[in-house]
Design a protein around this ligand. Structure first.
Ligand SMILES: Cc1ncc(COP(=O)(O)O)c(C=O)c1O
Length: 385
């Protein structure tokens, strides 16, 4: 072997190295923006299994978990060797939602549905309207599509954050966006717009040719839905999830509901198979046999949420009305002591972004599972005399 072959580089190697070092991958310019980053997926979130997980609005109801365990145990393991056949799930879901199967598109979580709606309707230079603060991926998908985010800030109302329908409508009329995203209930605020407000936003958007995505990820923790408005509004699209009420966050299953014409467009941006065989089989079985158990679980969690909010109020702590599967408490001067006391009991969001900066957020769980959390808070917060 020559000396050159062992270590020294030939001039053509050197030219290749120079070419490689100056190569700029021809990604879409919006992806190269330095402040556009995504969390490192190779790093675990490191959640301690000994704690109660109340930080991500998952369903921690042990009764529903037992149902899911049974469904998993009764599944045919060989099904995972097969590509999915989603048709039975489309049929069952259509009956569950009360629409034609062609009005639906299965997605990986409602998050996948939100992404699909952006890919279907939003391109570089388009404008997108949504509230702030809200589910973070509205901003991410906007950036992915090269769109401009126009946010409507929650106002500080006497009872907590409030979204002005008039402000949303003004932005729609003045800035003519392609898409308006309204999570209802919203997260992290837990607030909702009533059907009258939503109808007015959808009508304003129709007037300027914009789509409205109503994100019902927390359905049926909050039962009112815009699905009955679909025949009236061709610009309406709804996303829902199996993550929250159905307790299947790890399965990554959600769906869009729209007119069949809009659903046909959304299907064009889907992957080869929209969701996994496991997702199809678990959800089909849950819809067929366990819808009542899901509703009972939602009831247990809302009972737990409201009892927790009540107990915090009795301690003189400020709380908010929440329509999502989570609750807010402001610990004020007791914050440090409460967080120290809860460190060995539960994970939760200690501090939210403005206008909720004085609040901690706890995912809803059952009254029984909330009990040690309540007792621990009680031990450090002196009740009002
Ligand atoms: C308002 C809202 N929309 C969508 C999602 C996405 O949930 P998933 O993709 O698990 O359905 C979340 C998750 O917390 C959310 O809070």
């Amino acid at each position: 072997m020559t000396l050159q072959g062992v270590g020294a580089k030939s001039s053509s190697d050197q030219e290749a190295a120079v070419r490689a070092s100056s190569f700029v991958p021809p990604a879409r310019p919006e992806l190269a923006e330095p402040d556009f980053w995504r969390p490192d997926s190779t790093k675990s979130d490191g959640r301690d299994r000994r704690l109660l997980w109340l930080d991500k609005n998952e369903n921690t109801d042990p009764v529903l978990a037992a149902v899911t365990r049974r469904v998993l145990a009764e599944m045919d393991p060989s099904s995972v060797a097969r590509y999915p056949d989603s048709a039975p799930l489309y049929g069952m879901l259509a009956a569950h939602v009360g629409v034609d199967p062609h009005a639906l598109c299965l997605t990986p979580g409602s998050d996948g549905g939100i992404g699909a709606v952006f890919r279907t309707f939003v391109g570089p230079g388009d404008r997108v309207v949504y509230p702030h603060p809200t589910y973070r991926m509205y901003e991410v998908y906007s950036r992915m599509c090269g769109a401009r985010s126009l946010t409507v800030a929650y106002e500080r109302g006497p009872d907590g954050p409030r979204l002005s329908v008039d402000a949303v409508n003004r932005l729609i009329v003045e800035r003519r966006p392609k898409l308006v995203g309204i999570p209802n209930p919203d997260s992290p605020t837990g607030t909702v717009l009533d059907l009258h407000g939503l109808r007015s936003i959808i009508a304003s958007a129709l007037h300027v040719g914009a789509m409205v995505l109503v994100d019902e990820a927390y359905h049926p923790f909050y039962a009112p839905t815009v699905v009955p408005l679909l025949p009236e509004f061709p610009n309406l699209i709804v996303v829902r999830s199996f993550s929250k009420a159905w307790g299947l966050a790890g399965v990554r299953l959600g769906y869009t509901v729209s007119s069949p014409a809009v659903a046909t467009l959304v299907h064009k941006v889907r992957p080869c198979y929209e969701v996994s065989t496991l997702a199809v089989e678990i959800a089909s079985r849950m819809l067929r046999d366990f819808e009542g158990e899901m509703l009972a679980s939602v009831k247990r969690l809302t009972t737990g949420r409201d009892a927790f909010i009540g107990a915090m109020g009795e301690l003189g702590l400020r709380t908010l009305t929440s329509h999502g599967s989570f609750a807010h408490v402001a610990f004020g001067d007791f914050g440090d002591a409460v967080h120290a006391a809860l460190a060995s009991i539960a994970l939760y969001t200690q501090q939210l972004a403005p206008p909720l900066e004085s609040f901690s957020r706890f995912s809803a769980t059952t009254p029984e599972l909330f009990q040690p959390v309540v007792e621990s808070i009680r031990s450090v917060v002196r009740p009002r005399a």
